[in-house]
Design a protein around this ligand. Structure first.
Ligand code: CTP
Ligand code: MG
Length: 180
C-alpha cells in the first residue's frame, strides 16, 4: 500500500533528513575549505563547516540507533515492517547526506552561485544522492534489501516536498537565512 511505502521511505530516510537541519543549528566555526578558492571562487564557501558536518553526522547516527530501539514497537503499532539500521548504514545515511550537501556547494561555487543562492532540484536532492551512494558503498546488502525501486521512487518524490516545508519553517523561525 502507498501509505505503508511512504511510512517506510520516511523512516528509512530520517537519519539522512535530520543531519542537514542539525548542521544549520550547529553551524559556524572553521569552514571545511579553509578559505581556499578555485578559479577565483571559494572551493565550498563559509556555509560548509567542520562543526556543522560533524554534528550533523553524529546526530543522524544517534537518531538511527534510537530508531532501532523503537522500530519493532512503532512498526507493529503502525502495522508496517520498519527496517533497522546497521551501524554502517546509519553512518552512510548521515554522513552521505552531509557529503551530498557539500558536493552541491562545490557545484554551486563552480557555477557562480554565491553562498546561500538557490540551486533548484540540486538543493532538494543532493543529500538524497549522497546518502544513497554512501550507504550502498558501506553496506550494499542492506541497501539493496531496503531501498527497493518503489522505496527510492517515493523518496525522490517525497524528499523535495519535505525539504521545502522544513526549510520554510526554519526560515520563519529565523534559523535559516533563506527559505530554501
Ligand atoms: N552548515 C554547516 N556545515 C555544513 C552544512 C551546513 O555549518 N556541512 C550550516 C552553515 O551555517 C550554513 C547553514 O548550515 O550556512 C545552512 O546550510 P546550507 O543551506 O546548506 O548552506 P548555505 O549557507 O546556504 O551555503 P551553500 O550556498 O553553500 O549551500
Ligand atoms: Mg542554503
Amino acid at each position: 500500500m502507498l501509505v505503508d511505502l511512504v511510512a517506510v521511505a520516511f523512516w528509512t530516510m530520517l537519519p539522512a533528513y535530520v543531519p542537514n537541519n542539525a548542521a544549520v543549528l550547529a553551524g559556524g566555526g572553521a569552514p571545511i575549505d579553509g578559505g581556499r578558492t578555485m578559479g577565483g571562487r571559494r572551493l565550498l564557501g563559509d556555509g560548509k563547516t567542520w562543526r556543522g558536518t560533524a554534528v550533523g553526522t553524529a546526530v543522524g547516527v544517534v537518531l538511527a540507533l534510537a530508531l532501532n530501539a523503537v522500530a519493532a514497537e512503532v512498526g507493529s503499532a503502525a502495522g508496517v515492517d520498519l527496517p533497522t539500521f546497521p551501524l554502517a548504514a546509519a553512518f552512510g545515511l548521515a554522513f552521505g547526506a552531509m557529503l551530498g550537501d557539500v558536493a552541491a556547494s562545490f557545484l554551486k561555487r563552480r557555477t557562480g552561485r554565491e553562498r546561500g543562492a538557490a540551486f533548484p532540484v540540486v538543493d532538494q536532492l543532493d543529500f538524497v544522492a549522497g546518502a544513497l551512494v554512501c550507504t550502498a558503498i558501506l553496506d550494499y546488502g542492506w541497501f539493496a534489501e531496503t531501498f527497493t525501486l518503489p522505496v527510492i521512487a517515493v523518496v525522490v518524490v517525497l524528499t523535495p516536498v519535505l525539504h521545502v516545508l522544513t526549510n520554510a519553517v526554519a526560515y520563519l523561525l529565523g534559523l535559516k537565512d533563506e527559505p530554501y
